[in-house]
Design a protein around this ligand. Structure first.
Ligand SMILES: C[S@@+](CC[C@H](N)C(=O)[O-])C[C@H]1O[C@@H](n2cnc3c(N)ncnc32)[C@H](O)[C@@H]1O
Length: 318
């Protein structure tokens, strides 16, 4: 009998037993002495580039927007340094945005569900861990009634236990990264989540396409925008940019450059990251274009070889 058929009843039993019982658990959030930082592993996350990006940011405090949120490394860094008078965070990823809102608004309930996932997952042998992972993965919110907290816990669990922390969706918006084999993947992360939750209080978090940015920026009197779109590929196979069920095309890069020109006309400062290639440089001709050194992003085989330059585009000088 094929393995997938033979194992299906075990999947159901594992998930039903442990998620069905989650609500009675209570995990009390701890105080958060930790500096806030991304609670999701995210391809293209800017955590390692913060030392290079910080000197390029405007000085002082500002009203801030980040339209390609991902793991939010730059937002959390600015928040930790108390630079934000207001923040608007957007992304097209439905699960990502939902998870950020749940971290902001329902932390104890989320921690209880993550605790249930962690207890179950860590108590299993390697084979059953994989079964549990695929059971949670197959329990897609499009097919099963799921409240926001359960959906967020599913996302965080999959993000911590999948291969490479890769949140990758197919064209129908279904997460499809395989299981990773980590001895202790850190599913609960209660300190990190508590610090993130504190940083997200009062923050406007929206599921929105970047094309909606100029109106939002105007309505919310934003002064500075950091834009970190999926990078334009350096070659046909070199770049990962399939976060949310679709590629970010060359046409989308052009529309993004138009949005930046509009921000410029609105008197809003912007800083944008992208890959260093002729196409991107042409799109932003007329603005200040610099480079920073970055680890090569994930390619189609998940290999990482050496460092490359990335461009940083600005419409202001410090
Ligand atoms: C390079 S990642 C951002 C990484 C982030 N700066 C960090 O430090 O983790 C790009 C993000 O853009 C989002 N995205 C893709 N297409 C988008 C669109 N049309 N509008 C808004 N966000 C989009 C993806 O879901 C992904 O989270």
């Amino acid at each position: 009998m094929p393995a997938a058929v033979r194992t299906r009843p075990i999947h159901r039993a594992l998930v039903d037993k442990h998620l069905g019982g989650a609500p009675h658990l209570r995990v009390v959030p701890q105080p958060h002495p930790q500096r806030p930082a991304p609670f999701l592993k995210w391809v293209g996350g800017k955590g390692k580039l913060l030392p290079a990006l910080r000197p390029l940011m405007p000085t002082g405090k500002f009203r801030y927007a980040e339209p390609f949120l991902g793991g939010g490394a730059v937002f959390f860094d600015l928040s930790a340094d108390e630079r934000l008078e207001h923040a608007l965070l957007c992304d097209v990823g439905r699960d990502l945005v939902g998870a950020c809102r749940v971290v902001r608004d329902a932390l104890p309930e989320l921690l209880a569900q993550l605790q249930a996932h962690e207890t179950q997952y860590l108590s299993e042998n390697e084979e059953n861990r994989a079964l549990y992972f695929y059971a949670v993965r197959n329990r897609h919110p499009g097919d099963f009634a799921m409240d926001d907290v359960e959906r967020a816990a599913r996302m965080l669990f999959l993000n911590r236990t999948c291969f490479n922390g890769l949140w990758r969706e197919n064209r129908s918006g279904r997460f499809n990264a395989p299981h990773g084999r980590y001895a202790n993947p850190g599913i609960l992360q209660s300190d990190k989540l508590s610090a993130a939750s504190a940083a997200l209080q009062g923050v406007d978090i929206r599921q929105a396409d970047f094309r909606a940015l100029p109106e939002l920026v105007q309505d919310q009197r934003i002064g500075f925008v950091y834009l970190d779109p999926p990078y334009h590929p350096l070659s046909a196979t070199s770049s990962f940019n399939a976060y949310s069920g679709g590629q970010f095309s060359g046409k989308a890069q052009g529309e993004l450059a138009d949005v930046c020109r509009r921000l410029d006309r609105q008197g809003v400062r912007f800083l944008l990251s992208n890959s260093d290639c002729g196409y991107v440089r042409d799109l932003y001709r007329g603005f200040e274009i610099g480079t920073i050194r970055a680890a090569r992003s994930i390619n189609c085989k998940g290999e990482s070889r050496g460092d490359i330059d990335e461009v940083v585009v600005r419409n202001y000088a410090n």
